[in-house]
Design a binder for this molecule. Sequence first.
Ligand code: CTP
Ligand code: CA
Length: 225
Amino acid sequence: PDPTPHSPDLQNLKLVVSAGPTREYLDPVRFISNPSSGKMGYAVALEAQARGALVTLVSGPVNLPDPPGVAVIKVESAVQMHDAVLKAAADAQIVVMTAAVADYRAAEQKTEKEAKTAGEVSIQLVPNPDILAALGQQKSGRVLIGFAMETHAGVERAALKARRKNADFILLNYPTQQGTAFGGDDNQVTLVRPDGTSEAWPRLSKREVAARLLDEALKVRQSAR
Ligand code: CTP
Ligand code: CA
């Protein structure tokens, strides 16, 4: 379903959106990941394309069809996503990070499958690059939007993230809401600005959240002029 009557208000704008989880392989058959479905990011890509934007979607492994009219770049790991997003963002005016980027990867990725042993094992993890923070360091007029899922102190934590990463705003959600966030078709988010002000949106379809997100991105662009 396509809720918006489209005005081409994003014409001549390039938008990059990341979606889905990343996979951090331990060996050729085992990885660390998370349950992100990619639906929120794909909804942003579809909505932005329908409103006239030139859209690049950088997607981790998901079970969704490629949105028509959108340049889709498929990646697996956070490092691959980092490189693809930074490259695509070079000439973009709006970047939306909906991806659930794994925070860590294995210090060492085995080239062969390791047999299990009877005892305990530990895996050394090293931090992944923060893609949104990297974009925020060389912001240069781009609108930067993040997502955050928090279990507690959501507005405070999201505002802190927006400040740290130099994002214009973050859409916050909680993992416990029925039918929303991970895997669902709806989302109930709160827009959080770096100054700590926030605005709770009603429960909406992910496509409607995408539409409002893009309205807000345009407002940020206009207020920066
Ligand atoms: N993000 C990113 N690169 C990372 C991790 C996160 O670009 N390596 C982006 C996400 O896509 C999201 C925003 O940063 O838009 C917030 O993600 P979140 O996981 O909530 O933030 P973290 O800084 O990883 O903090 P936490 O310790 O709470 O996971
Ligand atoms: Ca994280």
